[in-house]
Design a protein around this ligand. Structure first.
Ligand code: C2E
Ligand code: CA
Ligand code: CA
Ligand code: CA
Length: 281
């Protein structure tokens, strides 16, 4: 039996073991991080291309580990998602964002018709409590529901189409804004998109990053913008880093932009220091 146990052990590659151990360790650290408040929300400006004015922000989660320092969301979100910790973590994100919306509005850092966009992961979106959690947060913080925008990814839309549409409809009923994130990276059909009760489409950074060098990306981007407008959607282009990209997007009637060219994600303290009033943006 001992010998067989050994064989079984060797069946798993060392890499698999290392990866599993890493995930379990991170899961334990995520639990502690939640208890000890090691998370912070950063905010990246979104700008109206026509007026050049600030229209809102995307909230982006940061984990500042006491010893390891900054851990990127691409490292820990998948672990939070797999372990289910995304539910308490996602609720923390929503609550913090709603509290910040209140503060930003009071300080003149967010126009009344502006918004903060929050990322919702697939597991969180399919959780039965999501709509109640959001509706309670809107009433307890006293924000306008249209000041909250939720971003869901295209891939999420492929599973459980009917329940996805039902949840989107309930959220829309609350008055919050619904956005499809990373558009173009998944495989949803245009016909399908037409059925969804959404307001905003975010063109993925991968289409924007090689403008103006990549002519195909330029064709795709302008076609996506035109198609979205035909469906009555507003378009946000993400990952805008240079003026040539901003100019191209403006020429092609893109509504809103987000990217390093306009501003990196910043802490609330930085935001208070750098953005004194949205009117002066
Ligand atoms: P995302 O939702 O697509 O967010 C945009 C990412 O692009 C952010 O990375 C942002 O910092 C980065 N970015 C923005 N402008 C530029 C630019 O001009 N150039 C380049 N190179 N990058 C730019 P970040 O903050 O590392 O977040 C990565 C991903 O982690 C997000 O992608 C999102 O999927 C996920 N994420 C972040 N916060 C949350 C959260 O609160 N909840 C959930 N479920 N996921 C989150
Ligand atoms: Ca996003
Ligand atoms: Ca995105
Ligand atoms: Ca992305």
């Amino acid at each position: 039996a001992k010998a067989r146990g050994r064989d079984n052990y060797q069946f798993f590659s060392d890499e698999m073991n290392v990866e599993l151990t890493r995930q379990l360790a991170m899961e334990a650290e995520l639990r502690i991080a939640l208890q000890q408040d090691q998370f912070e929300l950063y905010y990246q400006p979104q700008v109206d291309l026509n007026t050049g004015k600030l229209i809102g922000y995307e909230a982006l989660l940061r984990w500042i580990h006491p010893e390891k320092g900054f851990i990127p969301p691409s490292d820990f979100i998948p672990v939070a998602e797999d372990s289910g910790l995304i539910l308490p973590l996602g609720e923390w994100v929503l609550r913090s964002a709603c509290q910040h919306i209140k503060q930003f509005t009071e300080r003149g850092l967010l126009p009344k018709d502006g918004h903060v966009a929050v990322n919702i992961s697939p597991r969180q979106f399919h959780d039965a409590n999501l709509v109640t959690v959001i509706s309670d947060l809107i009433s307890t913080t006293g924000i306008e529901s249209q000041q909250l925008e939720v971003e869901i990814t295209e891939s999420l839309l492929m599973e459980n189409v009917d329940s996805t549409i039902a949840t989107l409809n309930m959220l829309k009923q609350l008055g919050i804004i619904l956005a499809i994130d990373d558009f173009g990276t998944g495989y949803s059909s245009l016909n399908y998109l037409k059925r969804l009760p959404i307001h905003v489409l975010k063109v993925d950074r991968s289409f924007v990053m090689d403008i103006p060098k990549d002519k195909d990306d330029m064709e795709i981007t302008s076609a996506v913008i035109a198609m979205a407008h035909k469906l009555g959607l507003r378009v946000v282009a993400e990952g805008v880093e240079i003026i040539e990209q901003a100019d191209f997007l403006k020429e092609n009637q893109c509504d809103f932009v987000q990217g390093y060219y306009y501003g990196k994600p910043m802490s609330v303290a930085d935001l208070y220091e750098n953005i004194r009033n949205f009117d002066q943006w």
